[in-house]
Design a protein around this ligand. Sequence first.
Ligand code: DON
Length: 551
Amino acid sequence: MLVLAGGFCVSANAREPVRTRHAMVGTQEPLAADVGVQVLKDGGNAVDAAIAVGFALAVTHPYAGNLGGGGFMLIRFADGRSTFIDFRERAPAKASRNMYLDASGEPTRDSLDGWRSAGVPGTVRGFELAHRKYGSRKWADLVGPAIDLAERGFPVSYALAESLKSARNLSQDPESKRIFQKNGAYFAPGDTFIQPELARTLHRIAQNGVNEFYEGETAQKLAEAMARKGGLITLSDLKDYAAVERAPLTGSYHGYGIVAAPPPSSGGIGILQMLGMLDGSGYQKSGFGSAAEIEYVAEVMRRYYADRSQYLGDPDFGKLRLTSLLDPAYIKRRRDSIDPNRATPSTQILPGLPAARDGGETTHYNVVDAQGNAVAVTYTLNEGYGNGITVPGLGFLLNDEMDDFASKPGSPNAFGLIQGELNAIQPGKRPLSSMTPTILTRDGKFFMAVGAPGGSRIISAVLQVILNVVDFGMNAQDAVDAPRIHHQWQPDKLYLEPGISPDTIALLKSRGYDVDHSPGLVLARVEAIISKGGWLEGGSDGRASGKAAGY
Ligand code: DON
């Protein structure tokens, strides 16, 4: 990809971003985007649309859209206020520190597989909190489109057919197999996919409100199934579940305001620390995609991910040193340790203050309304289709979010992320997350909403898309499509997507990097909406099958 001086971006496979005048929704599944656009056209605000999209994705994008999972909603209002709704799952009361270790003290797959891998779901509570405080349409009207999609069904897309085919966990659970396959065969593109049990659950949620999920028939059935199958979640776990409103983290970079996700997201701290190290470094002068630019950004990532391994967790369960982590003097010290010509081995970079597990699939969507309110939501079941288990009679999948805790603090997880004591399992605690919904402002107005699925790679991907727009002048589509890199401190590897030139890769190797550029490597899937010259510009990642749309 070649970036010309005026911010004009040329690439052989460039696609135009979607442009609309007033309002926009960008999601990773097109039918859900249409639901959001309709809510906006009918006069709903961005929060209303975000709730309706969230319920719709639970039907059309069962991979990650959910009732049985959790996530984060970042809201920036047109008047400048902002807030963050944390509806991350919590560990059930019966959870305990060593619950996923075998007799020899080693982590097992139980945090990912089976009924015990589920945390207490937060999505419905989160949407209810957002609706009660900031919504303007009737709750039932926001659940309505999802009910229709579940009841009448919708045509299976090529992407959904392929994804259902490759989801091994769904065929291991009899109820999931019955729902997500057609009498033992896979759905083909064009088949109609109807989900009557899910439609009934949604219907009850529309009629009876949020308590249906946490105390009503849905809660009873979920708790009964858990008890029968050896799961941990009880009726009182469900009753006790609360979504929490938290103050977003804020900062600035190259003239833009940053509104970022606070813990238990590890993402906002990451974005602010990494932008802080890049600010004033002049890294961008080497040019987008050059070995020198890639190296500098990789070194910044290495330093942040080292800190992530030790200093972050649920803020309600331990004092986090956020002020120290974002202290400009500390960030400068971290930057000063970068050698612009040579990889710093990770063994020389320790979590730096004076004295995670990730994986699976997730989804992100953005909504901007005609008033300039912006909402960025990342929510998840953790792995694709969560733990693959559908609660009998309820039609929705359960998360396996317990795997985001450190089953054994200090030991690398399946994805090589090391996480610390602050993220050890405790009853009622929320696992540390990489989900990074982020909003940028310019001159006090909305400028950009961005976020992604992709486990530990979310944070580095969101960073790069911000840099592509702010420092390299790319439009929303080019910014999300451009090849990405990733470094997470441990393992000490530099991941490079296809599209980075072989010459550049050779240079990076000569500068001391252990490079992984496996064919087909995908580093997160990003959604972005930008406000520019009176237009909204939407970029939906070419690595996914989503859509930006609006009016
Ligand atoms: O919250 C987290 O960090 C993870 N559960 C997110 C998982 C994810 O993004 C997987 N997507 N590819």
